[in-house]
Ligand binder design. Structure first.
Ligand SMILES: CC(C)(COP(=O)(O)OP(=O)(O)OC[C@H]1O[C@@H](n2cnc3c(N)ncnc32)[C@H](O)[C@@H]1OP(=O)(O)O)[C@@H](O)C(=O)NCCC(=O)NCCS
Length: 187
């Protein structure tokens, strides 16, 4: 795993959202839903059985989400209920599509509960995280990979200001690679 830093702040606030590293007991249902909802998982590996998702949450995810660098729960900033998750972490160094020589670019990923789609929450969360990262870290490429069939995610990538770079095959699907310099999101 990369030793380079990624976004380290414990919380990021935006107009309607709170991105937090801390997990709450009440997050369990929302996070399990993110792993089991067939619509949410359509382009990211398919749904997990509920029992598996619950076990994953209990055994691994509770530690993972709080400990892994660059991983956040997205909650609404009134009731603090889970809307989704966001990751702004290091890509893996030997990925064939890496855009830097050392493969240490940042990678952005996001998953929202189905009930939270179509409200601009993913855009708001990603913008807030990228802005916070641009304040904390030196300029560097950020990549975003999404299936070309995932039209909502493609639209979001372009709204955020990422540029389409190439397509490639992975996990039996055509993937689109988007890139942006982190400095694009700074002040
Ligand atoms: C990809 C995903 C996060 C996109 O969610 P989304 O809600 O469509 O994305 P945004 O936050 O950009 O919201 C944009 C939509 O909200 C609407 N909207 C409503 N109010 C808005 C506001 N205040 N501000 C901005 N947009 C708003 C926009 O018009 C747009 O709707 P449209 O796409 O129907 O035109 C979501 O579909 C998802 O979680 N999918 C499953 C996981 C996944 O595939 N992740 C990608 C792998 S990297």
């Amino acid at each position: 795993m990369s030793q380079l830093p990624t976004l380290s702040v414990a919380e990021i606030s935006s107009e309607r959202l709170l991105l937090r590293k801390a997990l709450h007991d009440s997050d369990r249902e929302g996070l399990v839903e993110l792993s089991t909802d067939p619509e949410v998982r359509a382009y990211i590996g398919g749904p997990q059985p509920r029992s598996e998702a619950e076990r994953h949450f209990d055994e691994i995810m509770a530690a993972d989400a709080t400990c892994r660098p660059g991983n956040y729960v997205i909650a609404d900033n009134t009731a603090n209920q889970v809307i989704g998750t966001l990751m702004l972490a290091r890509w893996w160094t030997d990925h064939p599509q890496r855009v830097t020589e050392d493969g240490e670019e940042l990678v952005l990923g996001y998953v929202l509960r189905r009930s939270a789609w179509g409200a601009g929450y993913a855009f708001e969360a990603a913008t807030a995280a990228l802005r916070a990262a641009a304040e904390e870290l030196p300029d560097q490429p950020v990549v975003l990979v999404t299936q070309t069939a995932n039209k909502r995610s493609l639209r979001l990538a372009e709204r955020l200001g990422f540029h389409f770079t190439t397509t490639f095959e992975e996990f039996d699907a055509e993937q689109a690679l988007y890139t942006a310099p982190l400095s694009l999101f700074g002040n």
